[in-house]
Design a protein around this ligand. Structure first.
Ligand code: MN3
Length: 215
């Protein structure tokens, strides 16, 4: 079944002023739609693969035919990453921002010392990723860890694909897009400002669900 663009779970203006309306419209309607289209085009010539989800295919990237592997990595990865990203954000009116609670809060404290220390390390990981990519909180070997991936790579891709780029494999709990298209209209070149502000719209309830499923 072809991949489809999932609707945004809120209005494009709902994350103002942290993420501006025009950025959300272009990011979702143009960039994410392009990953969906390009993924579908890449797998169209392989009927046995076209029946599988983008998530299944990027988990098994190393088994894919050479002629579509890069396109699936970039565009299947882009589709999976953005489908997750929209759900990782929420307007303040529906619970965005604030602090994690429960087991996720305890695990963050145990792994990083405090929520503030976690945020600092996460922002550093995103800030240091050269070029385009993502910052992630993942579960690796049963514990929380921070990593960043290049381009549209996702931590569910095989370790052998990720490690040459300096990334770690694991199960995502939180992912933040650090491509320029995610922040340039509002923050221009100031990626650190975007990362410092994103916490006001992070959907910790969604992160807690992903953590519970990943443990
Ligand atoms: Mn993006």
């Amino acid at each position: 079944m072809p991949a489809t663009l999932p609707p945004l779970p809120y209005e494009p203006s709902a994350l103002e002023p942290v993420i501006d309306t025009a950025t959300m419209q272009i990011h979702h309607g143009k960039h994410h739609q392009a990953y969906v289209n390009n993924f579908n085009n890449a797998v169209a010539s392989k009927p046995d693969l076209a029946a599988k989800s983008a998530e299944d295919l990027i988990k098994n990237l190393t088994t894919l035919p050479d002629d579509i592997r890069a396109a699936v990595r970039n565009n299947g990865g882009g589709h999976v990453n953005h489908s997750l990203f929209w759900t990782m954000l929420a307007p303040k009116s529906t619970g965005g921002g604030g602090e994690p609670s429960g087991e996720l809060a305890d695990a963050i404290k145990s792994a990083f010392g405090s929520l503030a220390d976690f945020k600092t390390k996460f922002q550093e990981a995103g800030g240091k990723r050269f070029g385009s990519g993502w910052a992630w909180l993942i579960v690796k070997d049963g514990k929380l860890a921070i990593t960043s991936t290049a381009n549209q790579d996702n931590p569910i891709m095989p370790e052998s694909v990720l490690s040459p780029t300096g990334a770690s494999a694991g199960k995502p709990v939180l992912g933040v897009d650090v491509w320029e298209h995610a922040y340039y209209l509002k923050h221009q070149n100031k990626r650190p400002d975007y990362l410092a502000g994103i916490w006001e719209v992070i959907n910790w309830k969604r992160a807690a669900e992903l953590f519970a499923a990943a443990k």
